[in-house]
Design a binder for this molecule. Structure first.
Ligand code: DGL
Length: 270
């Protein structure tokens, strides 16, 4: 085990939705310490400009580096689309940086060459065309289609899922011409694992649902293993920080992390 192995993994998101990714990581790697940062003061990122998201991301990385994170995982798809390259340059050799996009693109290359693959996500994620560019670059003859589905985040945050209303909204989006004939659908947003059931109901199991939280957690484990960075001390300790605190954020952690957790307020700009 290398010296850095016992250092925490930093995970950040625009808010608490990224806890779906933190949850997948914790499930697969319970021995790792996590430092989660949710930028609740600036959410949603999905409608923000690239420049704004980049400035928040750099500030958050400063916080995570102060905590000696061995790796920084950008759990937010919108931030991954807008700021991954910049964050990687900014962090340099101080920590490895991963996003939720590259592991999914690798998965698509391995499993869906010569097929038609769809993506749903925020406006930022879809309009950035980052997935399209990376998938085109694979040269695997993948017919890539995407649709921004901005109503889904507020719907889920308001607790509308696993019911008739959410099913109707999901049906309307997935019935859009843009997603016709797809063989697989990338859930390109932290919140969407919560509506997997509605999506599966729409497709009757005929379209494979690509859950980026699980795929990213597996890629993270493989990276740590390969680099001798898995923590085997058995002393995991997690912290969950947010740039703005409300009891409602804390209450919603149960939706995304499977249990309610305590949030610490850590303002990005004082
Ligand atoms: N975390 C964002 C994402 O995965 C969704 C919420 C937001 O727009 O901030 O794109």
């Amino acid at each position: 085990m290398s010296n850095k192995a016992k250092d925490p993994i930093g995970i950040f998101d625009s808010g608490i939705g990224g806890l779906t990714v933190a949850h997948a990581v914790k499930k697969l790697l319970p021995q790792e310490s996590l430092i989660y940062f949710g930028d609740t003061a600036h959410l949603p990122y999905g409608d923000k400009s690239t420049a704004a998201i980049q400035s928040y991301a750099v500030k958050i990385c400063d916080v995570l580096l102060q905590q000696h994170c061995k790796l920084i995982l950008i759990a937010c798809n919108s931030a991954s689309a807008a700021a991954f390259e910049l964050v990687r340059e900014y962090v340099g050799s101080k920590a490895k940086v991963m996003s939720v996009i590259e592991p999914v693109v690798d998965f698509v290359r391995e499993n869906f060459a010569e097929s038609c693959v769809g993506l749903i996500g925020t406006k930022q994620t879809v309009q950035s065309n980052v997935f399209l560019k990376k998938i085109d670059h694979l040269n695997e003859n993948i017919d890539f289609r995407s649709l921004a589905t901005p109503l889904l985040v507020p719907m889920i945050e308001e607790g509308f899922f696993k019911n008739e209303v959410s099913q109707q909204i999901v049906d309307t989006y997935l019935g859009h011409e843009a997603l016709k004939d797809i063989k697989a659908l990338i859930l390109g947003c932290t919140h969407y694992p919560l509506i997997k059931k509605e999506i599966d109901t729409y497709y009757h199991g005929k379209v494979q649902i690509i859950d980026s939280s699980e795929i990213t957690a597996k890629a993270l484990r493989a990276y740590l293993e390969f680099n001798n960075l898995l923590n085997s001390t058995g002393e995991a300790k997690d912290r969950f920080m947010v740039s703005d605190f409300t009891p409602s954020f804390e209450h919603s952690t149960a939706l995304f992390f499977g249990k309610e957790i305590q949030l610490e307020k850590y303002p990005l700009w004082e």
